[in-house]
Design a protein around this ligand. Sequence first.
Ligand code: MN
Length: 151
Amino acid sequence: MTEAHPPIRNRSDDYRWEGVEVHPYKETGTHFKSITRQTLFAGSDELPVEFRYFEVSPDGHSTLERHEHAHLVMVIRGSGQVLVGDHVSPIGLHDLVHIPPMTWHQFRATSGEELGFLCVVSTERDRPQRPGEDDLAALRQDQAVGQFIRV
Ligand code: MN
């Protein structure tokens, strides 16, 4: 039987959890801006998912990417916009976003406030792909998408 753990306490009002480090989303690159990641649960044999909290600062964004694995997201702080496939949508508190496999996606904090969201992902997953020139040309066929994306 797996060892039981006590609850991990939220640390007051700052979207931090006891014993959980705050990391830049990715260590290198310029294709993202002002985003941090906290891994709240790293997965286990019985539950092979990671449960993460991402926070995008005002005017920041996540990487524009796609991959075979899916995401399930819930906004728990602030608001912003998200690209899923060929749609840009406003998102706010407690909205749910499902990112299907091989679907372009990008989160942006466009409302002058933080955009914080929980994200569930499989522990076993493929490496994200970034768009090539052909992909970008296809995405830019839609004017709203073209104006939204940051690469
Ligand atoms: Mn992704």
